[in-house]
Ligand binder design. Structure first.
Ligand SMILES: NC(=O)c1ccc[n+]([C@@H]2O[C@H](COP(=O)([O-])OP(=O)(O)OC[C@H]3O[C@@H](n4cnc5c(N)ncnc54)[C@H](OP(=O)(O)O)[C@@H]3O)[C@@H](O)[C@H]2O)c1
Length: 239
């Protein structure tokens, strides 16, 4: 299977995060030029070190991707420098849960919508225009199993992920037949450092690794997935 990204420009939003870092590294491994957004210099420096020799194809952009104007500027900079945008993967998101709806702080509700919905809105809105002009491109938004599976104590999180899923589904319908593909993925608990610290007694072996999920994202962005559009792909194995 050929999933080389040689000569391709890929934007990975949240590219230094638990999943985003694996996504950035996987694209670099397949010879893409990767523009990774980050918030903390030390996290980008760590990604650069992990990229090793492939780091020459890695570019960091410190951007708050919930800021629409900043995201437009980011995409404009990519186009000015590279002349194209082949794929955009949004791995920015956050979790808050364990609280019943009537105990949830409004601030947390807003935060979930901002991180899990507004970021994807700003990024997709900015990325889709050049992709439509190119008649080519792939967008992958990271939602969550909770978008479909609405458990107790997760009202804001589940609502924000469900809305993100609906938004991408509708966007996929908007661009039908354009050559641009839009898909979502649905992780459950991922084997990240943060989750290991939060749930030290869990059996980590049952959690999908970020690297495994990154391969699914690469596939979705590749020509091999040209028949996959408007999908929501579960990436939680049998856990
Ligand atoms: N981890 C899981 O078990 C799990 C399960 C289901 C779904 N997901 C989803 O998978 C995605 C990735 O999760 P993750 O575990 O990799 O999360 P993560 O480690 O927190 O990574 C998210 C990344 O987004 C960045 N970010 C946050 N707010 C931002 C903003 N306003 N502007 C720019 N960047 C921002 C974070 O930067 P900072 O580090 O500076 O905050 C971080 O690099 C999220 O959408 C999450 O909801 C994760």
């Amino acid at each position: 299977m050929n999933i080389s990204f040689s000569g391709k420009i890929v934007l990975v939003a949240g590219g230094t995060g638990g999943l985003g870092r694996a996504v950035s590294l996987a694209f670099l491994e397949e010879d893409a030029k990767v523009v990774a957004t980050y918030r903390h210099e030390e996290e980008f420096a760590a990604l650069q070190r992990a990229a090793g020799a492939k780091g020459v194809s890695l570019e960091g952009q410190r951007v708050d991707v919930t800021d629409e104007a900043a995201v437009v500027q980011l995409v404009d900079r990519i186009l000015a420098e590279h002349g194209r945008l082949d794929a955009m993967v949004n791995t920015v998101g956050g979790y808050a849960g364990g609280v019943k709806l009537w105990e949830l702080e409004s601030r947390v509700f807003e935060q979930m919508l901002t991180l899990n919905l507004r970021a994807g809105y700003a990024l997709s809105r900015a990325a889709i225009r050049p992709m439509l002009k190119q008649k080519h491109g792939a967008i992958v938004n990271v939602a969550a199993k909770a978008a479909l599976d609405h458990g107790a104590g997760a009202s804001a999180y589940a609502a924000s992920k469900a809305a993100a899923l609906a938004m991408m589904d509708s966007l996929a319908a908007d661009v039908k037949g354009s050559g641009v593909r839009v898909n979502s993925i649905l992780p459950s608990i991922i084997d990240t450092e943060v989750n290991r610290k939060a749930m030290p007694d869990a059996d980590f072996a049952t959690w999908p690794k970020p690297e495994n999920i990154a391969r699914v994202i690469l596939f979705l962005c590749s020509e091999e997935a040209r028949v996959i559009h408007g999908a929501a792909i579960p990436v939680y194995g049998d856990s």
